[in-house]
Design a protein around this ligand. Structure first.
Ligand code: FAD
Length: 408
């Protein structure tokens, strides 16, 4: 059951971290472990659900190791060894990788507890309403609790409020209201399919154009199944998929119609809870990364990959980068400069994932890639290298890379 953390809010702290998702908890843990007085607030009590595919790709594993919670996560997660890519004409390739699935209700609770163990104070349900300003500088925040409105002073405020832009708008850092993607997911319990769906399955198809459908096997006979549209900044490259025109429920039904395992999963299983949709913010776009006294991190800063919609790992990574900047950046301009430089260093990779979302808009490219990967162990190794982040995605995701695929 979700429990409020009702400790009274302090009048001031070193760092106020708003949002206790992967980005906020990773940031709070890193700062608290270094001796900073950290107040971590979230509008929801924990454990709380977050609409997500729950897939942990290799960058998540690396971040969880850095945070010292990898063993705890893996003790609860379903271990997975492959991403199964399924192309429109039925071609299939299994790309090996360090993978797992754990519902966000459990994952985020582990992360928030790790931040508390490191010394961060968690306060929930507490909603960020607006920054406190001294001229242009953010010097704290106005927070709403069940008991009223409180003002908390802070040397730094870190905004880790995810893809919904309300908090970023209030903080004066939002640059775009429309998300870069939207997706719908549900949980289905179906014990009979446990031995049959053992990979992260992703299907591209013209009927899902602009995105893809997925089935990710979670623990205890439960599967995360969904469909969504990513990396389009509100509009498909061909202009056909304005975000508001997409009916996610129809896309989800098309996925179940097209993909036999999805159909069987739904027909023989029990839906747990409701099918729910949520926005994504990708490619490090959509918000300023900082303003005096405030850093924006995780999906609030667009830290989700456009092509795949994966963002848990990069949320934790950017949260830790924000913490490192506060710890080592020196004076205020130094902190902002270090943080922005560290995000800028990640930007080329995000841009390549943005380019790779050609596949979502031109699903025939998935036929080509899958066909070539089935024939060439070298190409399959490259795909696995991109997933593991040991290879430059440019060799696969650029037009040049795709053209080369045809002749290698
Ligand atoms: C349908 C779907 C499927 C996805 N599948 C995957 C997947 O399989 N793998 C993957 O890696 N990524 C996936 N993603 C992306 C992933 O969910 C995000 O990248 C990730 O959650 C970003 O983490 P975050 O900490 O930045 O934000 P969040 O996880 O969104 O956390 C933000 C927190 O801020 C809190 N908050 C917001 N506003 C306020 C406020 N005003 N005051 C106080 N608190 C506030 C929220 O309650 C929340 O707890 C998916 C996303 C969607 C929508």
């Amino acid at each position: 059951m979700a429990t409020p953390d009702t400790s009274p809010l302090p009048a001031a702290c070193d760092v106020l971290v708003v949002g206790a998702g992967p980005a906020g908890s990773a940031c709070a843990q890193t700062l608290a472990a270094a001796g900073h007085q950290v107040l971590l607030v979230d509008q929801h009590d924990f454990p709380r659900d977050k609409i997500c595919g729950d897939g942990l790709i290799p960058d998540s594993h690396a971040a969880l190791r850095r945070l010292g919670v990898h063993d705890e996560v893996m003790a609860q997660a379903r271990h997975v060894q492959h991403v199964r890519c399924i192309a429109p004409r039925g071609g299939v390739v299994d790309v090996p990788g360090t993978l797992a699935v754990l519902p966000r209700k459990q994952l985020d609770h582990i992360l928030v507890r790790a931040a508390q163990r490191a010394g961060a104070t968690l306060a929930t349900p507490v909603r960020f309403e607006a920054p406190l300003l001294d001229g242009e500088r953010v010097v704290g925040a106005r927070l709403k609790t069940a008991h009223g409105v409180h003002e908390v002073g802070a040397r730094w405020v870190v905004l880790a409020t995810g893809a919904v832009p309300a908090a970023a708008i209030a903080a004066g850092v939002n640059e775009r209201r429309t998300p870069s993607g939207i997706a719908l997911r549900g949980y289905v319990k179906n014990d009979a399919m446990v031995g049959r769906i053992t990979q992260l399955q992703m299907l591209w198809h013209p009927r899902l154009s602009g995105g893809y459908g997925w089935i990710f096997p979670a623990p205890d006979g439960v599967f995360n199944i969904g469909a969504g549209l990513t990396g389009s900044h509100g509009k498909g490259r061909d202009g056909r998929h304005a975000m508001q025109d997409v009916n996610l429920r129809q896309m989800f039904d098309a996925f179940c119609d097209l993909h036999a395992p999805a159909r069987e999963l739904m027909q023989g299983g029990t839906i747990v809870g409701e099918l729910k949709g949520a926005p994504l913010r990708c490619s490090l776009l959509g918000a300023k990364w900082s303003r005096p006294g405030l850093l924006v991190t995780g999906e609030a800063a667009g830290s989700t990959y456009a092509f795949t919609g994966e963002g848990i790992g990069k949320a934790m990574e950017t949260g830790m980068l924000a913490a490192q900047a506060v710890l080592h950046g020196g004076d205020e301009p130094g902190v902002r400069a270090q943080y922005e430089a560290s995000l800028l260093a990640l930007k080329p990779k995000f841009d390549l994932y943005e380019k790779a979302s050609h596949v979502n808009h031109r699903p025939w490219l998935a036929d080509l890639v899958v066909w070539r990967a089935r024939k060439s162990p070298r190409i399959l190794r490259r795909m696995s290298g991109v997933l593991e982040e040991t290879q430059n995605p440019g060799r696969l995701f650029s037009w040049r890379g795709i053209t080369k695929l045809m002749f290698e």
